[in-house]
Design a protein around this ligand. Structure first.
Ligand code: ADP
Length: 458
């Protein structure tokens, strides 16, 4: 299948050329996983946890190499690459323990029987993952999938094959043969994997691909957890702490060069404070200099690819042609690499593509609104998506009321969104199907099964 050409997005230079797995290799990986899975599932959950924690130690020992590879392959700053690896590993003790507890058998006492609810793994899980968090996203599927007793065939994104290979190698050396296999390749390999004899697809990526996976998985009613894109709104009411809200808007529109599924993609600011708020945003966004991720002063690396940069620039240009004002950025920088400057748009309209479609780029898109609760809610809910949202107001009750009316999986009030520990990460509406994280999320990698034993008749 298609050869993967891995480029450094800061220079455009080719890092590696990796042949995509053949159909035969896809089938072989799945067969190997199928053969290895029963013995893996038969281990005590604690034993699986021990293996995963040993793998985490190997990852920790290789964290500098991982961070270098991430920055080379997808461009994010070296500091945030290391932060991603360390951040995920820091939570692993707790997460793996949570997986063990989530699948503990639950006894039920009936009048005529003694029953137990167990959580059986699905069997073989295809893990198909994106490039924006090339360690965090794969682990968020691999850990619960493996921890609950599935075997996994892992296909990292074609933008980050070298990071994927390190991740696979570090984990697989602590697991029995075949329990975790790696397939390199692009979407054609992903599609072949979904079509193969797998029982479940764990996917993080775009809504369009999620929809294709859902269609393909319908034949055999394969299980799936899909985490898709977002178009997260932020509502700033006139009584908000504007300084803090502007900081949040800028940080979470520009972080990772805007390539975050739960980026702030739309900001609705009350007319009464809009001028002040826009000035604050502009001042803060000016500090977000782009540059090579290995350079200490860069706050943003390049976008991951030329395609991604063209998409972002097209949306910005279209918005400008339709009447939005470009207060900052919006021009393609000269020189090599796929850099895009921090961009601030004002007077963005609700019917524009930049308001409706995911941008995935370093753009703060500002729209003024009346400042009424109902209007803010209506605008925020006016997309297909429903990943995150945040609301800023000096009136906490109002914040709670508006949060309750927003169609999103996680909403922050006077803060950026963040799930409480143990809560699942949810894509409402077309931002996802199923969810990950927390006991409920881990259980999605299993099927509940009840075994009921008759009591001896007396
Ligand atoms: P993005 O490139 O924005 O991360 P994609 O949804 O295109 O989003 O890619 C996410 C992952 O899905 C990648 O690993 C990619 O190779 C894979 N992929 C792309 N198309 C398909 C498909 N039709 N079936 C399965 N996986 C796919």
């Amino acid at each position: 299948m298609q050869t993967v050409i891995d480029r450094n997005p800061a220079t455009g230079k080719v890092l590696a050329e990796i042949p995509g797995a053949t159909l035969r290799e896809v089938q072989a990986a799945v067969s190997q996983a199928r053969a290895a899975q029963p013995a893996w599932a038969a281990l005590a959950p604690e034993a699986r946890r021990e293996a995963l924690l040993a793998a985490a130690q190997t990852l920790a020992a290789r964290k500098e190499e991982l961070a270098d590879t991430i920055t080379q392959e997808m461009g994010k700053t070296r500091r945030s690459a290391l932060g991603e690896v360390e951040g995920y590993l820091a939570g692993l003790e707790r997460k793996t323990q949570e997986v063990v507890e989530a699948i503990a058998p639950q006894p039920f006492e009936g009048a005529e029987d003694e029953a137990v609810l167990v959580r059986a793994p699905h069997g073989v899980v295809a893990a198909i993952t994106p490039w924006n968090f090339p360690v965090g996203m794969p682990l968020s599927i691999l850990i619960p999938a493996l921890g609950t007793g599935n075997a996994v065939v892992f296909k990292p994104s074609e933008e980050v094959p070298l990071t994927g290979a390190i991740l696979h190698q570090a984990l697989a050396q602590h697991l029995p043969d075949g329990v975790l296999t790696l397939l390199q390749g692009a979407g054609d390999v992903g599609a072949a994997l979904v079509d193969s004899d797998v029982d479940m697809v764990g996917f993080v990526g775009s809504r369009a691909t999620g929809s294709r996976i859902m269609a393909a998985a319908s034949n055999h009613l394969k299980r799936m957890v899909l985490e898709l894109g977002g178009k997260d709104p932020m509502i700033v009411f006139a009584d908000a702490d504007l300084e803090a809200a502007a900081e949040c808007a800028v940080t979470h529109s520009l972080r990772n060069t805007g390539q975050v599924c739960c980026s702030v993609e739309r900001v609705y600011v009350a007319e009464a404070v809009a001028e002040r708020f826009e000035a604050l945003v502009l001042e803060k966004a000016r500090d977000w200099k782009h540059g090579d991720g290995f350079t200490e002063s860069s706050r943003m690396g390049p976008l991951v690819s030329e395609t991604q940069r063209n998409k972002v620039h097209q949306q910005v240009q279209e918005a400008r042609a339709e009447g939005a004002d470009v207060a900052l950025g919006g021009e393609l920088p000269e020189g090599p690499g796929y850099f895009y400057p921090a961009t601030v748009l004002t007077n963005v309209r609700q019917d524009q593509r930049i308001t409706q479609e995911e941008t995935f780029g370093p753009v703060v898109a500002l729209t003024r609104f009346s400042g009424e609760d109902e209007e803010g809610i209506r605008l925020a809910n006016d997309t297909l998506y429903g990943l995150g949202a945040n609301v800023w107001t000096g009136d906490e009750e109002r914040g709670r009321r508006v949060a309750a009316a927003l169609q999103a999986g996680q909403v922050g009030v006077n803060r950026y969104l963040a799930g409480a520990p143990g809560s699942p990460w949810v894509g409402a509406r077309q931002s996802g199907f199923g969810f990950r994280g927390g006991p409920e999320g881990h259980r999605q990698f299993t099927t509940p099964k009840t075994i009921s034993v008759a009591r001896p008749s007396s």
